[in-house]
Design a protein around this ligand. Structure first.
Ligand code: SF4
Length: 421
């Protein structure tokens, strides 16, 4: 049975508040700026992780469903119940990955939850690049698409610089202040139509790196931890119980590969689908061309990071070779081969300790994450990987204790390395 809610239409842009679950705290603040500067009246990011969110999620979403669906639907319902919004002028935006996974169908679960909880009048817009939900797509223009690209690229860079400098800064507050300075600056650029086009990225990547490089650092040897996993629980502090904060409280350097990697992964998969599944060759050519452009931006970002002494990941095409001999590029449900590729790249670059964040109900990422750990360890005996499950009943204490066991091994290894130098 299909549950229907009103379509989101262009004329709603001018006076509707749209609610968006906040997956990546830095990138989504810039996405908000992009939307509000291109006709969206008001965008509210939802980041609540209260017990009410879980309760609402569990009440209206089947408890076998993926944990990210449960959280974001719970957040929407908590916000609608809060009395803070004019319910005649409020709409919701939810993403659809367009892949074979349930992330393409969260929108159906959301509409069902809205109808059942008495909010059947709330329009839902879909953020997708596959032409799904043609009557209720999030309104998009070329200029908005360019600004969203800028938001993710600059956001990824600021996140990477923040995480690395925070670990070694003589005063970690300097890293937080610099991060806030650059989020505010890029937010202003986007709202004022400045520096959001691709040709201006390189210069401004270097400007941001140069500013972070001015922070006084003390690069003492530290446990380096990479974080990979299902996209929502990897990035969202609500989804992963503030994993980055916890790792930093344990005196670790945290490396979180950027959000753009997932977008590049989707482009690569669309291009491959043409070859393997007969999807329109035109679509495949567009996807391959988009990937080429995104990869060249990634290379510019890496050059800037390297020039100023920060960790710089390799190109996306290089990343695509990493799962070879471990997992096929045909494994593309959920985060699929990207998850394996990111683990291998992190290990090869010294981030041998890895937390693989996996939501309850997520079979594909258990296969591409937990399922490949032994194979990766055979190839890289130094790898110290801990898959951690996130679900409504898992306690933070249990998750953190599991990670502490991994960190105990990591510290021992670090000491041994120090002795052998
Ligand atoms: S990747 Fe996992 S959590 Fe995400 S929709 Fe697919 S099964 Fe659910």
């Amino acid at each position: 049975m299909e549950y229907l809610t009103p379509n989101f239409t262009k004329d709603m842009l001018k006076d509707y508040t749209v609610l968006v679950p906040n997956m990546c705290p830095i990138q989504f603040r810039l996405i908000k700026a992009a939307l509000e500067s291109e006709g969206y009246h008001r965008v509210e990011l939802l980041g609540s992780g209260s017990s009410e969110v879980t309760q609402q999620g569990l009440k209206y979403v089947h408890n076998d469903t993926c944990y990210p669906a449960l959280i974001v639907i719970g957040q929407f319902l908590e916000a609608l119940n809060s009395g803070k919004y004019d319910l005649d002028h409020t709409a919701l935006i939810i993403s659809q990955s367009g892949g074979g996974c349930r992330a393409s169908n969260y929108i159906k679960l959301l509409r069902k939850a809205l109808v059942r909880s008495g909010y059947g009048n709330i329009p839902v817009a879909s953020a997708n690049a596959n032409g799904l939900e043609p009557g209720s797509m999030m309104p998009m223009t070329k200029k908005l698409a360019m600004k969203l690209l800028a938001a993710v690229e600059y956001g990824d860079l600021i996140m990477a610089l923040r995480n690395e400098t925070h670990a070694y800064a003589v005063d970690p507050e300097d890293a937080e202040r610099m991060t806030e300075k650059w989020i505010t600056t890029v937010d202003r650029w986007i709202r004022e139509d400045r520096h959001y086009l691709i040709p201006s990225f390189s210069k401004h990547f270097r400007q941001i790196c140069a500013d972070f490089a001015d922070i006084a650092l003390d690069r003492v040897p530290k446990v380096k931890v990479g974080v990979v996993g299902e996209i929502y629980v990897k990035f969202s502090p609500t989804g992963n119980n503030h994993l980055v904060d916890f790792l930093e409280s344990q005196d670790c350097e945290v490396c979180l590969p950027g959000l753009m990697g997932y977008i590049e992964y989707c482009c690569a998969n669309w291009a491959m689908d043409t070859e393997f599944y007969g999807i329109s060759p035109k679509m495949g050519r567009y996807a391959a061309a988009a990937l080429k452009v995104l990869n060249s931006i990634g290379i510019q970002m890496s050059k800037a990071l390297k020039e100023y002494g920060f960790y710089a990941p390799g190109s996306f095409y290089d990343l695509m070779t990493k799962p070879e001999g471990i997992l096929s590029l045909g494994a593309k449900m959920g985060e699929g081969w990207l998850l394996t590729a990111e683990m291998v790249e992190l290990i090869e670059n010294g981030y041998v300790n890895i937390v693989c964040a996996q939501p309850f109900g997520c079979l594909p990422n258990h296969i591409a994450g937990k399922g490949v750990v032994n194979r990766i360890r055979q190839r890289y005996p130094e790898a110290n990987i801990t898959p951690v499950d996130y679900d409504p009943s898992a306690t933070r204490v249990n998750q953190e204790n599991r990670i502490k066991l991994m960190l105990a091994v990591a510290r021992e290894n670090l000491e041994k390395e120090g002795e052998s130098v």
